[in-house]
Design a protein around this ligand. Structure first.
Ligand code: RP5
Length: 173
């Protein structure tokens, strides 16, 4: 079993890839980065645009499994084909994050990602930062099956969240 928290973040081989169609997606996708850092999960993050750099996108997907990636979190906005195209080229699970778009506010991104035809799944999350954070939490849950340390950290995270909700009183302070 892999104890990911014990790995040196700088040197550990990434097990989660975070990709996005543009640096303009960073403000949303950085919430996935924050979660993985909080759980000490080795990750890599980079821009991989499906329509601006399709050759690199294919190479990324082709090499993902051999490089040790166990999940790919892919965020894109508009006609958001990045998650689906990655999923078409790798059996590494792809977690899609719809990034809010200028005119349609990310509903276009959501529909583009979630409506995959049967046979090539993309696990699709909420539009925006909640989706980015939840995709990372989902990746942590996937990895926790092989890591007792991650399992206990994830349980502690849920417990802390529950405690905060139970401590809430109305009206809010
Ligand atoms: C998509 O187009 C990106 O994922 C981004 O959400 C959107 C706009 O990209 P920029 O024009 O801001 O680079 O490919």
């Amino acid at each position: 079993m892999t104890d990911m928290s014990a790995m040196d973040k700088q040197e550990a081989t990434p097990v989660v890839g975070i990709v996005m169609g543009s640096d303009s997606d960073w403000e949303v996708m950085r919430h996935a980065v924050t979660v993985l850092e909080d759980f000490s999960v080795p990750y890599e993050a980079q821009v991989v645009s499906a329509h601006r750099m399709p050759d690199e996108m294919f190479a990324y997907a082709d090499s993902a499994s051999d490089r040790g990636l166990r999940a790919i979190i892919a965020g894109a906005g508009g006609a958001a084909h990045l998650p689906g195209m990655l999923a078409a080229k790798t059996i590494v699970p792809v977690l899609g994050v719809p990034v809010p778009s200028k005119y349609l506010r990310g509903v276009d991104s959501l529909h583009s990602i979630v409506q995959m035809p049967k046979g090539v799944p993309v696990a699709t999350f909420a539009i925006g930062e909640a989706g980015a954070a939840n995709a990372a939490l989902f990746a942590v849950a996937m990895l926790a099956g092989q890591s007792p340390d991650l399992t206990s950290r994830l349980s502690a995270f849920r417990q802390a969240q529950r405690a905060r909700a139970r401590a809430m009183s109305l009206p809010p302070a």
